[in-house]
Ligand binder design. Structure first.
Ligand code: C2E
Ligand code: MG
Ligand code: MG
Ligand code: MG
Length: 277
């Protein structure tokens, strides 16, 4: 009796596995037609200066997939899949073009940040995709910022430096995303041509209660200042976190407290056009 129940459980487990694999394979197929069917869109999270005022300085473009049957699927779910299949290169090219099209409609003071995955970073087509997105939108290259994670630039230092320098030569800015969660962070600060460090939100989340987090944040502020790299805190969710980061000299911030990712409303554009007029 108990053995049979065990067997049932096992076959149910197997069935679960099969279903999971099938669902994954289906998602992979669906991903292939998602661009053509217009199922992707971008949302934009505002980035604010923490110096003097809370002035809007730019946006980060974040990818969303509206699946025709399953509804919205989180990038945390489909981006790793798209990386495995290599589809991220094509999807990433679309993201660059769409983000640049949006940037072209914004005041020239604002920058647009785009996430680049490790697979995309290592693709020989990245540079031509960047060039095309800039040329088609007529956006000044310095307004485009690419966000890389530490895993994207973990291996093969020579090749990485070459790609980064080529991007620099295009005039594009380079940010290191989720800083502090990868490895050999400090060597990256030393060796890579970076314009901005984005401190991972785990440090912001614990800054008020955890001494080591606070110490690391303070240290990073000093390092960034010495290296002349702009420093941004991710995941600011409260007024007190905002105040703390401002107090220790953080240049810029992003997070639900400052603004959630969403469409850029016409009203926002008018306000910031008025402010920059
Ligand atoms: P990320 O680049 O570090 O983006 C920040 C993520 O944190 C976003 O999640 C954003 O919605 C979320 N976030 C922003 N403010 C807060 C906050 O105050 N609290 C909390 N808890 N979360 C906040 P999202 O949009 O789900 O994206 C997740 C990740 O997926 C991104 O992390 C990025 O690594 C990746 N991703 C998103 N769009 C793209 C894309 O177009 N291309 C590539 N390659 N990766 C992308
Ligand atoms: Mg990012
Ligand atoms: Mg991040
Ligand atoms: Mg992240």
């Amino acid at each position: 009796e108990s053995k049979r129940r065990g067997g049932d459980r096992l076959s149910r487990y197997c069935l679960g596995m099969v279903e999971k694999i099938a669902a994954r394979a289906q998602l992979e197929v669906d991903l292939r037609v998602a661009i053509a069917r217009g199922e992707f869109h971008l949302v934009y999270q505002p980035v604010h200066s923490l110096k003097h005022d809370d002035r809007l300085i730019g946006y980060e473009a974040l990818l969303r997939w509206q699946h025709p049957v399953l509804g919205p699927i989180s990038p945390a779910q489909f981006i790793p899949l798209a990386e495995e299949t290599g589809q991220i290169v094509e999807i990433g090219a679309w993201v660059l073009e769409e983000a640049c099209r949006q940037a072209a409609k914004l005041p020239a003071e604002l920058y647009m940040a785009v996430n680049i995955s490790a697979v995309q970073f290592h693709s020989p087509r990245l540079l031509s995709h960047l060039t095309r997105a800039l040329a088609e939108s007529n956006v000044a290259p310095h307004r485009l910022e690419v966000e890389l994670t530490e895993t994207a630039i973990a291996e093969d230092g020579k090749h990485i430096a070459m790609v980064l320098n080529a991007m620099r030569a295009l005039g594009v800015s380079i940010a290191m995303d989720d800083f502090g969660t990868g490895y050999s962070s400090l060597a990256h600060l030393r060796d890579m041509p970076l314009d901005r460090i984005k401190i991972d939100r785990s440090f912001v989340a614990t800054a008020e209660t955890d001494k080591p987090s606070m110490a690391i944040l303070r240290g990073l502020m000093m390092i960034a200042r010495e290296l002349n790299i702009s420093i941004l805190a991710e995941g600011i969710e409260s007024a007190s976190q905002l105040e703390l980061l401002r107090r220790i000299g953080c240049d810029a911030g992003q997070g639900y407290f400052l603004g959630r990712p969403g469409p850029i409303a016409a009203a926002d554009k008018e306000t910031c056009l008025a402010a920059t007029a």
